[in-house]
Design a protein. Structure first.
Length: 133
């Protein structure tokens, strides 16, 4: 759990830093469409980092299966890397000049990891405990 909390904190800190960079450092370097793409990456990184924090806050609840929660966190982290990471690189192509055409298909794969994480969260309640009110 300690490493997952550190991962969540690191992803949250980088989301803040990237958001600030996008808001203040990129507006003169890239066109508005690329800036919007960059901000989409930041938003999705924030959403899923917050979801990780929520999951960690409920980690020790007996009605939840930690294995499924851990799998959800892993899927969200991979989703951030693939989805948000590819959007960052794609939107900054004019700045870094690297060939990024291969990243186009990576973005939706990252989205699938996001969805898988939410499905795993849906499957996390333990079927052996009846705690519904």
């Amino acid at each position: 759990m300690k490493n997952r909390l550190r991962l969540c904190a690191a992803l949250g800190a980088t989301a803040v830093a990237l958001g600030a960079f996008g808001a203040h450092g990129l507006k003169d370097l890239v066109d508005p469409a690329a800036l919007d793409t960059f901000h989409t990456g930041v938003r999705y990184q924030f959403y899923h980092t917050l979801a990780m924090g929520m999951v960690l806050a409920f980690w020790h609840r007996p009605e939840l299966r930690q294995k499924r929660l851990g799998q959800a966190i892993t899927c969200w982290a991979v989703g951030i890397l693939l989805f948000s990471g590819s959007l960052y690189l794609l939107s900054l192509q004019d700045v870094h000049g690297l060939p990024v055409a291969i990243l186009g298909p990576v973005t939706p794969v990252g989205g699938l990891f996001f969805i898988a994480g939410w499905v795993l969260l849906f499957l996390s309640p333990n079927r052996n405990l009846s705690t519904d009110a």
